[in-house]
Design a protein. Structure first.
Length: 64
């Protein structure tokens, strides 16, 4: 739907559907379980550590 056609009634209807439709709840639960199994925090830490291991800070030289 285009944003121009969004009205308070359309938005209220969509929000009501999101909060009452069991398929959305089950899909969200499935995604949540999948994400919980992916160890995202651990992977993020490893990426940050790998990037920081090769990090060389820039030297800011003051201009005379």
């Amino acid at each position: 739907m285009r944003l121009r056609k969004l009205t308070s009634d359309v938005l209220a209807e969509a929000l009501a559907d999101l909060t009452t439709n069991a398929r959305y709840r089950l899909a969200a639960q499935s995604v949540s379980e999948t994400l919980a199994l992916e160890s995202g925090t651990e992977k993020a830490i490893k990426v940050i550590e790998r990037v920081m291991a090769g990090y060389v800070p820039r030297v800011n030289k003051k201009r005379a």
